[in-house]
Unconditional design. Structure first.
Length: 247
């Protein structure tokens, strides 16, 4: 009987120890998850009007971040959580952004930040080009491929998916608003609208895109960057009425 009681005591000690280990492990995992897990939040840019009272107005605060280099231009993104709907960017680029903060993270890998509102193309001679005259939410950016890449299609224009209108009128630019597809030269000049209310786009051949368009009647298009030819694809599903035969 004594041996049985000793065995039970030892078993209880082992089980108690295992319970403590499991508890500590679970607690540590939960705390680490809370510390390091980042909840994804869709991009959301607040729109303000500079004609309002200065006491009520939130001013855009820009951060200039290095994005990538393309041929002889260096591309920087301008990030902000606020856009002034009455501010237009003309030639005084330096004066507009002289109070902007600078990001020292130079290892961004060429990916846009979630709150990129403009792109600045800078040459070593000091010349600058702003992509947008008025800020907008830049959702996607595909750059020119200056040299052929094995297994990849060639692209002679930059492509941008941009939300620049508050189409649902909620006071923000976000992914619930309609996006537009644009193209430009490699240095950000000659920005041209390709299509409104775009869902997504994909490069399917050299300088040729397939594009999906949202709306009450969603459509698909192909677009040739060389010719500028936009063609709608007939994806209508025909319905045939079947009548049962009467016997």
């Amino acid at each position: 009987m004594e041996k049985a009681l000793n065995f039970i005591k030892k078993s209880n000690h082992v089980l108690f120890f295992l319970a403590i280990v499991v508890f500590i492990g679970g607690f540590t995992f939960e705390m680490a998850s809370k510390l390091f897990k980042k909840k994804y939040e869709p991009p959301k840019i607040e729109l303000v009007d500079s004609t309002q009272s200065k006491d009520e107005l939130k001013r855009p605060v820009y951060t200039v971040e290095y994005l990538t280099r393309l041929k002889d231009v260096y591309i920087f993104e301008l990030t902000s959580d606020v856009i002034d709907t009455n501010e237009f960017h003309e030639t005084e680029v330096v004066e507009m952004f002289n109070s902007a903060s600078i990001s020292h993270d130079l290892y961004v890998g060429g990916y846009l930040s979630h709150n990129a509102v403009n792109l600045m193309f800078v040459r070593e001679d000091g010349t600058q080009t702003m992509l947008l005259k008025r800020d907008g939410l830049i959702v996607e950016f595909s750059k020119v491929t200056p040299e052929p890449v094995e297994g990849a299609y060639h692209l002679d224009k930059n492509l941008y998916l941009i939300i620049d209108e508050d189409t649902n009128q909620n006071g923000y630019l976000d992914q619930k608003d309609a996006a537009k597809l644009f193209s430009s030269n490699y240095d950000g000049q000659n920005l041209v609208l390709i299509l409104n209310n775009v869902g997504s786009f994909n490069l399917i051949a050299d300088n040729k895109l397939i594009i999906s368009q949202k709306g009450d009647s969603p459509k698909f298009f192909t677009f040739d960057l060389n010719s500028g030819n936009l063609m709608s694809l007939n994806t209508t599903v025909s319905k045939t009425a079947f009548k049962s035969e009467k016997k």
